[in-house]
Ligand binder design. Sequence first.
Ligand code: PHE
Length: 342
Amino acid sequence: MKNSIETLQQEIGAFAIENADDLEAFRLRFMVRKGSIAELFNLLKDAPSSERPVYGQLLNQLKQAAEKKYDVAKKSIEAVTSGRRKQQVDLTLPGRNEYQGSEHPVQKTLGDMKQIFRAMGFAIATGPELERDSYNFDMLNFPANHPARDMQDTFFVTLNEDEDNLLLRTHTSPVQIRVMLEEKPPIRVICPGKVYRNEAISARSYCVFHQLEGLYIDKNVSFADLKATIYSFAKQMFGSNVQLRFRPSFFPFTEPSAEVDVTCYLCGGKGCRVCKQSGWLEILGCGMVHPNVLRNCSIDPDEFSGFAFGMGVDRTALLRYKIDDIRLLFENDVRMLEQFSQ
Ligand code: PHE
């Protein structure tokens, strides 16, 4: 018995506890109910009764020594791990910025435009980018030999003599046709979307860009309504001090037609590099919907009238965010997009 106690004492003394795993191994080996110390306590009853008190005392000392060793080791291991945890968090370091992605400048600009028209009661209508020739041109009153149909401007997808060809829409105006064929007046919609033109690519023009078109048809809609709508939009979009200039123009699907300029919102109209010292920036084309277009969609021009307008989104985005090359908007270079995250 004495030998066993001494052996165990040495074993306990020699047991190296360096980490939490060692600590647990120590506990399982010596301190649990079936551990080595408890086993010796069990043997105590077989010892001669005269020796029992001595062994009992030795065993109790051994048990206490083991518990002490355990407690001391546990405390120092805990101190090490919590110290390490503290060291890992350096509160003086600057915070790490997670890049969260951001809205593309074109989508931001388009979003603002949509918001303004929505508040005026315009619903949003969309149509396909792959469009019928007839909706993109014929129904919009383009004469058969109009130069805009020229291969230089239009990406044709199918080309047959007698059938309705498919093309990449060159403007969002075919959505007007789609809406008028489906709905009866009053109609009040905006049509945002991508359009395609086969143009020479440069810093100022690209083969794809975004337009936002508007259409309003009801009884007694006049040019004054068109002007008021555009004016209200321009003030909200470009600032309450902007002035407008309507210049007579031509579109096959509107009569009369106009192009609209706003006082340059970069220099306030004084003249700068962007407005080429003119003080004006062109923002959109517009006009009263041509009676032929209404007729093409079975709307009686004697009963109803309407206006339409169409504006480019990308150029406004470029000016707003001071981007000097339209191609940057379509390259999907994350370094460019990162500059517009909030
Ligand atoms: N669709 C014309 C364009 O692409 C713009 C426009 C729309 C003009 C509606 C008048 C009315 O240039």
